[in-house]
Every structure is written in C-alpha cells, then in structure tokens.
Design a protein around this ligand. Structure first.
Ligand SMILES: Cc1ncc(COP(=O)(O)O)c(C=O)c1O
Length: 375
C-alpha cells in the first residue's frame, strides 16, 4: 500500500529531538522554530516527560471512560489552577478539530440554535463543523457546506453587531491570534464588545486556543491579554507535547448531561500523563514567562535588524509572523536546506514561528544569523 498523498513534504526524515533541536537520519542537526506545528511545548524528549510516559506505559496504557480515571481529575485540577479557570469543567478529546466540534455541539445543545459566526481567514480544523467554520473553500467538501456559518472581518464589531442582533446566533468562534490566517491579532475593544453582545443575545463565545494558547502567547491563554472570559475554550497541540490529545474548558453555565458528549480514546491514561508532565515542566521551568520574555526579544530583534524583504513583524510571545514582500517559499526552503532551521508559513508571504516554549535568547540570536544569511 502507498500513502495517500495529501502532504507536500520536505525530503527530510526527522529521527531524533532534544529541546529546540532535531536531527535527521543523516545526523544533520536542525534548529526547530516550528515545534512540529506548535505541538512541542516543553521541548522535544524532555526527560521528565519521557520518564512519566515510560512509567505510565509500564503501568497501564489505556482503559475506557466507563471507569474512574483519577488522572483525568488530577489534570482538570492542575489545568484549572495553571490557567486561572478553576471554576470551569474539562472534557477531554483527541484533536483540535474534535475539541472545536464538541464546543459547537455544546453551544447548540445550550441555546438550541444552529448559526455560527466566524472570522475571515479562520482555521479551526477539518471535521464537519470545524471545517465549516474554517474560511477556506478548498477544504470544505460539499457535504460540509451546510450554511451554518457567516464569516466576518477581524476587529470590525460594527459588522458583527447586526448579525448578533438577529438573535439567532448559536456561537461566535474566535482565535485571538490567528495562526493559519497569518498571525493576525484580535484587539481588546473587539473581543470585549463581542463578549457584551454574546451576553445580550444569549450567544456562546468560543475561543479556539489550539495554536495561540497553552502558554504560547506569554499568558496561559491569548484571550487573557484582552481581559475577556469566553464560555468555551478549546485546547490541543501543546497540551500533550506530541501525544495526540485535546480538551474543552467549559464555563459553569453549562450543565453536563450523561451521554451527551463522548469519546473512546479521549482522556486516556497515557494522554493524561502526557498533559500532567507538560504542566509539571511548564511550572518548574516557568515556560509561560519564558515565552513572553524570549518572544519579546525575538520580535524586538527582528524589528531592529531592518532585514531586507521583511515588511512587518507581529505576534505575541512565541507566536510570531514575519511578513515578507516576496513569497515565503524560497526563503523557507533555504532556511531548511542551507541553514538547517525549521519554520512554518501562512498564506503566500508570511513566515510563521511556533518554537517550543523553552526557546532561549541564544537560540533567537542563532536564528537571526541564519535568517540574515538567507535573506
Ligand atoms: C487554531 C486551530 N484550530 C484547530 C486546529 C485543528 O487541530 P487538529 O489538526 O489537531 O485537528 C488547528 C490546527 O492547526 C489550529 O491551528
């Protein structure tokens, strides 16, 4: 059998990782400013993570959601504390799309409505509702185009207001820093205005923190820079440092109903152990503060260098977009091939940096030197 060919791939096989570095099967070292698409939060192969996962595997890998799982309770407690959402509840699933899918289902169970408002350039995943609220017609199959969604412009509350005033909107879904959309940031006035309108019209506010959350922005959640509390918060990527898992933080205004949501794999023993190890390391190594400090340094250095082709540098913490006046393609490829440095991209001309949250200032200096050579 051959692989179903949907990914354009670099001709590189990554075999090993440590911290912010990875190595290919030829032994070549790379600086990782991409974190496997924002997934590696505490660094590759962190010894505490490896030890906890190994112990758990030697004890129990999986049992179903039909019995007590104390690891889930422990995770909910720890996540509540570290995120500042101790009064919310946690529902665990397996991927970002699945978390968003469940968030929108919960919103619809709550107010009985079916319309969703989403941002232009939004990306929320590839399952049926998640892809429908994703503003990319190329990945919405005819079976997913069910007319639930209106896309509206970023930071333009006047465009959102008349839609909410109709009183039929189930939920608004927002990434406070758009990732795939090119590191575009929601502003405070917009999100606070949206919160007030959602309260007024009994609409559920969902913040998708799958890429911008879990410490990446320099606060635990990106929306916490904007002083707003969403009703539902979705998390994935960095939560398990590579172990596939995701979750939904649910405000106390929702009442759980037996059987309404469910999953076979979600919140299994290995997944919870991965998430607990991540929180341990985030706390022990102050990774949220590190993301803020090193992120500020990265943005400052990128701006100060007056680099050729760079027309804008934006972002928060370790979620940074470098907008170029040319396509990112050659630059990103040469960064990998010649400078051995992984970065991400968005649209046609934005280099997107999503490194592990343990990135150091030395790593930043190293990246700037490599980037300069390519430019
Ligand atoms: C903001 C956001 N939401 C949702 C998703 C979907 O996550 P997953 O690929 O785990 O389904 C992504 C993935 O890139 C994302 O960046």
């Amino acid at each position: 059998m051959k692989l179903y060919d949907v990914y354009p791939l670099f001709d590189i096989a990554i075999e090993k990782g440590k911290g912010c570095k990875v190595w290919d099967d030829q032994g070549q070292e790379y600086l990782d400013l991409y974190g496997g698409h924002a997934v590696i939060s505490i660094g590759h192969c962190h010894p505490h993570y490896v030890e906890m996962m190994t112990n758990q595997l030697n004890t129990l890998g999986f049992y179903s959601n039909s019995v007590q799982n104390p690891l889930q309770r422990k995770l909910a407690e720890r996540l509540g504390k570290i995120s500042g959402y101790e009064d919310y509840s946690l529902f665990l699933v397996n991927s970002g799309a699945e978390a968003n899918e469940n968030a929108m289902k919960l919103a619809s169970f709550y107010n009985g409505r079916t319309r969703i408002l989403s941002l232009e350039k939004a990306f929320h995943g590839r399952t049926s509702l998640a892809v429908e609220v994703t503003n990319n017609p190329k990945i919405i199959a005819p079976i997913n185009a069910n007319g639930h969604v209106t896309y509206l412009p970023l930071n333009n509350l006047e465009a959102w207001k008349p839609e909410l005033e109709k009183g039929d909107v189930c939920a608004c879904i927002v990434e406070c820093i758009q990732g795939v959309g090119g590191i575009r940031m929601v502003d405070k006035a917009f999100l606070q205005g949206l919160r007030a309108l959602c309260d007024q019209y009994n609409t559920v506010l969902i913040c998708d923190e799958i890429q911008c959350g879990y410490g990446r922005s320099g606060k635990f959640f990106a929306h916490q820079h904007l002083d707003v509390k969403p009703d539902l918060i979705t998390v994935a990527k960095g939560i398990g440092n590579g172990f596939p898992m995701s979750g939904l933080l649910i405000s106390p205004k929702f009442e759980a109903v037996y059987g309404q949501l469910g999953t076979t794999f979600g919140g299994n023993h290995l997944a919870c152990t991965a998430a607990l190890a991540v929180i341990d390391v985030m706390e022990q190594e102050n990774l949220v503060d590190n993301a803020r400090e090193v992120g500020d340094y990265l943005i400052k250095r990128l701006k100060e260098e007056n680099l050729p082709h760079v027309v804008d540098v934006r972002g928060r913490g370790l979620m940074v977009g470098i907008e170029l006046d040319v396509s990112y393609k050659e630059i990103r490829t040469r960064l990998v091939k010649e400078q051995h440095c992984f970065t991400g991209c968005s649209g046609t001309n934005v280099i997107r940096l999503l490194p592990p949250l343990c990135l150091s200032k030395e790593n930043v200096d190293d990246f700037i030197e490599r980037f300069k050579k390519v430019l």
